[in-house]
Ligand binder design. Structure first.
Ligand code: PHE
Length: 342
């Protein structure tokens, strides 16, 4: 190799390069000059045959040629790519005026929202959240709650049975009371138990076969009805407004004694008042009572030493009240026109 050969290599390389405009041809050129067996490689290796005195000059020149060809190649390749891109845009023209695709914003389901409100309120009152299973034993759903087989009160809850004898879908969150008691006994308890319940009922605007409940359970020395009343009142005022009146009516549940139902007054200035309260001005929000001694005993506690209260509320019912929703079936239909209002 001589200096002349290097000059020749540079000029022929540049000339060839200038004749190609597509990427594939350019890449072939690159292989020819810079591949493992390429011309440039050979020229660099050829330094060994150059007379000693000329080697330094030859090396410098070879490097200059190499850099010159490389940068010419890079420039040509960019130009070819740009040209190909423009061509493809002309084939499928870009409409810069086309509106962008907006991503719909996600939001929480209204049931999740009210559950979180409930958790926050009871959390502030010192309650913990306890989770309990939805597939439950007949024993805990009924018997341990003071309802032996054939007890007429079982009729209050139309039950879904499974193919496994003695195993049902829980009809209320109250069996959770037994789970917590057996786990915590003899410690005092202050928990809420949220979750899905199932009842084999005809679906209507007011009842669904699947619905949420939030159970509450407080057990300790000297817990009284006054504590139940205070807790419910504090809850109702945080949930529905500070001026709410709470009304207590006597009721019956096999697992509480005495049992009550709790109503709250509905604002007099709400035009829906009559319809929502069936003309009475009062709305039922939950069932509750003092935990029955038999239930305390079933949970491992000594009813002579401790007392407790329990309540069960329907969050969906409260949501319906809060937002004047008149059909409970809307909750699980996943109709976005409904859900997007929250
Ligand atoms: N479990 C009852 C129901 O589903 C509600 C309730 C809970 C009543 C706790 C009293 C105490 O109707």
């Amino acid at each position: 190799m001589s200096m002349d050969a290097l000059a020749e290599l540079e000029s022929s390389g540049l000339v060839e390069l200038s004749t190609f405009t597509d990427e594939a041809a350019l890449r072939a050129w690159n292989t020819k000059y810079f591949g493992d067996k390429g011309l440039m490689k050979a020229a660099l290796a050829g330094i060994g045959k150059v007379p000693k005195e000329q080697r330094a000059a030859y090396g410098q020149e070879a490097n200059r040629v190499k850099v010159a060809l490389e940068s010419a190649y890079a420039t040509a390749l960019d130009a070819a790519k740009e040209k190909a891109l423009l061509a493809s845009l002309n084939e499928a023209p870009l409409d810069a005026t086309l509106p962008g695709r907006t991503r719909p914003r996600g939001r929480l389901h209204p049931a999740t929202q009210i559950l979180r409100d409930i958790y926050r309120i009871f959390g502030d009152l010192g309650f913990q959240i306890y989770r309990s299973r939805e597939v439950e034993s007949d024993d805990l759903n009924f018997e341990q709650l003071n309802m032996p087989p054939h007890h007429p009160a079982r009729d209050m809850w139309d039950t879904f049975f499974t193919t496994t004898p003695g195993t049902i879908l829980r009809t209320h969150t109250s069996p959770g009371q037994i789970h917590v008691m057996r786990e915590r006994c003899p410690e005092p308890i202050r928990v809420i138990l949220p979750g899905m319940c199932y009842r084999n009922e005809a679906i209507s605007t007011r009842s669904e076969i699947q619905f949420l409940q939030v159970e509450g359970l407080v057990i300790g020395e000297g817990v009284t009805m006054a504590d139940l009343k205070g807790t419910i009142t504090a809850f109702a005022r945080r949930m529905f407004g500070p001026d709410r009146q709470v009304r207590i009516r006597s009721s019956y549940f096999p697992f509480t004694e005495p049992s009550i139902e709790v109503d709250i007054d509905w604002p007099k200035d709400d035009p829906n008042r009559d319809r929502l309260t069936k003309g009475t001005g009062w709305l039922e929000i939950l069932g509750a009572g003092m935990v029955h001694p038999t239930v305390l005993r079933n949970g491992g506690y000594d009813p002579d030493k401790v007392t407790g209260f329990a309540f069960g509320m329907g969050p969906q019912r409260m949501l319906m009240l809060k937002h004047a929703i008149d059909d409970i079936r809307l909750f699980w239909q996943n109709d976005r026109r409904f859900l997007e209002q929250f």
